[in-house]
Design a protein around this ligand. Structure first.
Ligand SMILES: *[C@@H]1O[C@H](CO)[C@@H](O)[C@H](O)[C@H]1NC(C)=O
Ligand SMILES: *[C@@H]1O[C@H](CO)[C@@H](O)[C@H](O)[C@H]1NC(C)=O
Ligand SMILES: *[C@@H]1O[C@H](CO)[C@@H](O)[C@H](O)[C@H]1NC(C)=O
Length: 317
């Protein structure tokens, strides 16, 4: 099985084949037509900002992992409404790092940008801007580094280039059997997120600066080629497959006319990049930029933002 990830705002995607059975069993969509969607803020622990990425343990609905600015990966337990430390990517000191927002401390404290939970064999994968690809230990402490460089180039150099608005983002593949990292696609402008299609034949990749989503083929006649599927009038961030279907939620911050301000919007596209649904989150988020939208069991949407001290939850009541 391969893990595919992009660096910077990176988002790890598992090849979904092994999860299909679970998806069919768990993700039935209840008839919510008559119900209304209400918005709840799940506050992060005090002093913590920036929910960069949300990952779900699929066995326990409503519990989730979230990576935050100070370098921790927290676990949220819905039953007790409590966040607890789950994993770290760097060998960090809690006294120095917890609650910190200084860029200077990031290399030491870690900056986990992306999470992906794999039910079998029950692993949480992490993409960190400084520590590369890691897998969290079951004891929830320091994660184990799987890879930190590709062709001898450390991942963080790639990130630095992207921060300079360069077009040097890459889509990388980590092969769990051979433990090799390979570059699948180069020249990404602010590589932000990726998600593998339900049948594993291709992967959608979003570019924050480029404003677009490309499809990169992993199989078939167009293997190892990419095509642009959609260009947004804004900044698409993370992209996440919906439960059970071949659809994707993209967190897009859409530019207001003649303005640098953006409207946070969740946009559902199909595997060919056609827009199926577009919902403004302006009432709840105003112009605050969002990072990711994750749907669970057809009923709830969790929204991550690097600019809030809460995780947003839209749920049917
Ligand atoms: C909540 O999480 C904190 C750590 O973040 C822990 O110290 C505390 O015991 C937890 N409380 C409950 C009720 O689980
Ligand atoms: C973490 O840092 C401490 C103190 O700097 C050191 O003693 C320890 O060996 C380090 N652990 C790892 C796993 O690098
Ligand atoms: C929304 O944000 C804009 C600027 O980004 C601000 O001028 C306005 O007051 C905000 N509206 C609310 C309701 O907070």
């Amino acid at each position: 099985m391969a893990v595919v990830l992009s660096v910077l705002g990176s988002w790890v995607s598992m090849n979904p084949i092994s999860n299909i059975l679970l998806l069919i069993l768990v993700f039935f969509i209840p008839p919510h037509m008559a119900l209304s969607l209400t918005f709840v803020k799940i506050p992060l622990p005090s002093g913590v900002t920036a929910a960069a990425s949300i990952g779900f343990p699929t066995a326990l609905p409503k519990d989730f992992y979230v990576s935050v600015q100070d370098g921790r990966i927290l676990k949220y337990q819905a039953a007790t409404s409590n966040f607890s430390d789950f994993a770290t990517t760097g060998n960090r000191s809690k006294a120095v790092c917890d609650g910190q927002t200084s860029g200077d401390l990031e290399p030491r404290c870690g900056r986990p940008l992306s999470l992906e939970y794999n039910r079998a064999p029950n692993q949480l994968f992490i993409a960190d801007a400084y520590y590369g690809i890691l897998v969290a230990g079951t004891d929830g402490r320091l994660a184990t580094q799987l890879a930190s460089a590709v062709n001898g180039v450390p991942f963080r150099n790639i990130e630095q280039a992207v921060l300079n608005n360069d077009r040097t983002g890459s889509l990388l593949k980590y092969d769990m059997k051979t433990k090799q990292v390979t570059v699948l696609l180069r020249g990404l402008s602010g590589a932000a997120g990726d998600a593998v299609n339900a049948n594993g034949d291709s992967i959608l990749v979003s570019e924050l600066i480029g404003g677009r989503i490309q499809r990169f083929w992993l199989e078939g006649p167009q293997i190892y080629t990419a095509e642009t599927l959609i260009i947004f009038p804004g900044r698409p961030n993370k992209i996440r497959r919906t439960p059970g279907g071949d659809f994707f939620w993209v967190a897009v911050n859409i530019f207001k006319p003649d303005s640098q301000e953006t409207v946070p919007t969740r946009i559902r596209i199909n595997r060919d990049g056609n827009i199926m649904e577009k919902v403004s989150l302006e009432n709840e988020y105003n112009t605050t930029r969002i990072t990711g939208v994750v749907q669970f069991a057809g009923a709830s949407y969790y929204v991550a933002s690097r600019y809030t001290n809460f995780v947003g939850l839209y749920k049917y009541t």
